[in-house]
Design a protein around this ligand. Structure first.
Ligand code: SAH
Ligand code: SF4
Length: 342
């Protein structure tokens, strides 16, 4: 764990200042310099005294990530970044464009312990969890390097956000804070493979963050094969936690469904989805598999549309999404593998 004030939220930064014998407003000034103005060294903080700068510098680094590569896609306007952590590990962050809006897909861990069979990050296993400062810094650096105004955040990069719950929620709070990155809570979405106790806890947060659940099958046996976490938290428990979330928050949630050829794209799969999701206020994103190796294929266009046709007239909205950044191999963990294996 790197000691740095970048792991502190707005209140903690003021407490930190007091603990160092400074006034609380110095903590507030530092917070604004770091997040509103986006500086990542004390040298850029003009109204901060040299004494305070020394205290900050001795306390720990303000730059937690270094840019390794930055690639732009010609086809969909997405950009991908590979950042190097101070311990030498690399993480991936992807900027996605839709119209004039930019969404940043951030990583929450280095690798992932969940082992979903279709996912490249799952293959890596978990190297370590990211600190909140490292999560927020992905946004600070992507904003600075791309010079784009980032209005939405999705926790859909490497890692399982709810396996690193406290750091992820703290990062989301700093992103949302009006003196921080000031990104609307409704524009911050956290995606989970289904860690049931945290879904229930998340429902009670006093913030309007949004929830997505990676479902990928509405059949318990099949889901356990694709997503080992389903053995610990079976489908029915997951769906009752999902329903609980919608009742407590009065909000819709999003189910993600990676469509895998011959695995979860049959008429039976569609019917199981209808049966299980119809009573949950939700929407379903169908994402044709982004092929990462030859174990799982993407269904052809005809089969994708056949699957969607079976989901017509259901009581939840269904959308077809292609994972952004395919042209630059940016989907879920792929960039990491390219860099580490080259
Ligand atoms: N661990 C969290 C968030 C990161 S994964 C989760 O699983 O929800 C983000 C999304 O990428 C998930 O919805 C996951 O199902 C999807 N994904 C993983 N591998 C994929 C692939 N090969 N093609 C398309 N989407 C994929
Ligand atoms: Fe982890 Fe999500 Fe990939 Fe599953 S889909 S291995 S939970 S990153």
């Amino acid at each position: 764990m790197i000691n740095t004030i970048k792991n502190l939220d707005y209140e903690e930064m003021q407490e930190w200042a007091v603990a160092k014998g400074l006034k609380p407003f110095v903590g507030r000034q530092l917070f604004e310099w770091i997040y509103q103005k986006g500086v990542h060294s004390t040298g850029e903080m003009h109204n901060i005294s040299n004494n305070v700068k020394d205290i900050v510098d001795i306390d720990g680094p303000l730059d937690l990530l270094d840019l390794e590569t930055h690639e732009m896609s010609n086809d969909d306007g997405s950009e991908k970044f590979l950042f190097r952590c101070k311990d030498g590990n690399a993480i991936e962050t992807v900027l996605l464009r839709s119209g004039n809006h930019y969404t940043l897909c951030v990583s929450s861990e280095i690798g992932c312990a969940m082992g979903c069979t279709f996912c490249k990050t799952g293959e890596m296993g978990l190297k370590r969890k990211l600190q909140s400062g490292e999560i927020v810094e992905q946004v600070l650096l992507a904003r600075r390097i791309s010079d784009k105004k980032i209005s939405n955040i999705v926790f859909m990069g490497m890692g399982e956000p709810f396996n690193n719950y406290d750091e992820v929620i703290k990062a989301a709070i700093i992103m949302n804070h009006e003196k921080g990155l000031n990104i609307g809570a409704r524009h911050i979405t956290i995606s989970t493979s289904g860690l049931v106790p945290y879904i229930r806890e998340f429902a009670h947060l006093p913030f309007q963050f949004k929830l997505a659940i990676s479902l990928n099958s509405a059949n318990n046996t099949k889901r356990s094969e694709l997503m080992p976490i389903n053995r610990k938290y079976p489908l029915d428990d997951l769906l009752s936690a999902a329903k609980y979330y919608t009742i407590v928050t009065n909000k819709l949630l999003t189910f993600e469904y990676v469509l895998l050829k011959g695995i979860n794209d049959t008429a039976k799969d569609a019917h199981e989805l209808i049966e299980k999701l119809s009573s949950i206020p939700s929407k379903l994103n169908v994402i044709p598999n982004n092929e990462v190796d030859d174990r799982f294929q993407r269904p052809g266009e005809k089969d994708i549309h056949r699957f969607l046709t079976q989901l017509e007239n259901v009581p939840f909205a269904v959308t077809l999404r292609y994972s952004g950044g395919r042209g630059i191999h940016a989907a879920c963990g792929q960039l990491y593998h390219e860099v580490m294996n080259s």
